[in-house]
Design a protein around this ligand. Sequence first.
Ligand code: TYD
Length: 131
Amino acid sequence: MSLIKWIEFPPLGDDRGSLVALEGQKTVPFPIRRVYYLFGTKEKVSRGFHAHRSLLQVAVCVTGSCRMVLDDGRSREEAVLDSPTRGLMIRNMIWREMHDFTPDCVLLVLASEHYDEADYIRSYPRFLECL
Ligand code: TYD
């Protein structure tokens, strides 16, 4: 089964332009407790390099693009996020890396829980041990 699961957002635009609305437990399959976004990522910088013990996330590139690598300890898959009308579902216990941010990239992330450093696994060998 693929690690890459897209959620297509219903387009609500009209002749004035585009609009996407994201609702917890509707468009996004969990209650949204936190929203954050990455922007102004410097050239050649990669981010992520961690997994979460229980956090669920959906990532959407509202402007620009980046490349996401997801790894469940058995296989590694890649996805290019370049559309404001679809999000990438990232479940818990998935190692993620983000690469190739365009200078204009704004990566919006919807998360199922408040920030909790104890939920992070920041070492890949430790991630494999926790599976
Ligand atoms: P981090 O998760 O390491 O970023 P990334 O994985 O995208 O490279 O977060 C960077 C810093 O921001 C770190 O000190 C934790 C802090 N942070 C919060 O305080 N709240 C949050 O919701 C997030 C995502 C990070």
